[in-house]
Design a protein around this ligand. Structure first.
Ligand SMILES: [Zn+2]
Ligand SMILES: [Zn+2]
Length: 196
């Protein structure tokens, strides 16, 4: 609902992160990443991909990076080894020392990374709501976030109550969104984006 008055009530961008609209990497239509709510804390939580147009299967796959940082037992060289991300589970890795060319087996340190994959190929996601605006990037995570920004830009009276809890989301908006002389053009852009 558009009103002339905008009262900030939302503190974190995380509030909007339950759904992230992206281009489907397969059919390019509007698709979404849906928060799984496995974890209470958003940055630790994972997402699942859903395209209601082509139903392509894209899954987040855990991969491992194996690392060794050790002094070579045969020469003064320090061994720094880092594998490329792999789905293989390894208890040991074989490393060749650059100094003495000796092959040495180590128990590596393991780090997990997550990659989105479609039939064995890595895929990247691109926001659905993203446009250039006078040299700036205007973007929104989803319809609700876009509407929030629209309400903010639309309001002639932007109230700023003194909050005891510090910064609100609107405090962090880039200046070009806050700039009242962009109001008309931004509203046009937003309504174009809503019809996409
Ligand atoms: Zn699709
Ligand atoms: Zn060595």
């Amino acid at each position: 609902m558009k009103t002339n008055r905008f009262r900030p009530t939302i503190k974190w961008l995380d509030y909007f992160k339950d759904i992230i609209n992206v281009h489907c990497p397969n059919c390019n239509k509007k698709a979404q990443l849906l928060r799984k709510f496995d974890d209470q804390i958003i940055y630790r939580d994972s997402y699942e991909f859903q395209c209601n147009n082509c139903y392509v299967e894209i899954k987040e796959i855990e991969k491992f990076i194996y690392k060794v940082n050790r002094n070579c037992p045969f020469c003064p060289e320090v061994i720094h080894y880092k594998s490329t991300p792999t789905v293989k589970i390894k208890k040991e890795v074989e490393v060749i020392c650059k100094g003495c060319k000796e092959k040495i087996r180590y128990i590596p340190k393991v780090e997990s990374v997550y990659d989105w994959m479609q039939k064995g190929e890595n895929v990247e996601f691109f926001y659905w709501f993203i446009e250039e605006f006078r040299g700036n990037i205007f973007w929104a995570l989803n319809d609700k976030h876009l509407e929030y920004l629209e309400n903010f830009v639309f309001a002639k009276l932007r109230q700023r109550t003194i909050e005891p809890y510090g910064m609100m989301l609107i405090d962090k908006l880039p200046q070009f969104i806050k700039d009242k002389k962009n109001r008309g053009e931004l509203l046009k852009l937003i309504s174009k984006m809503k019809e996409k």
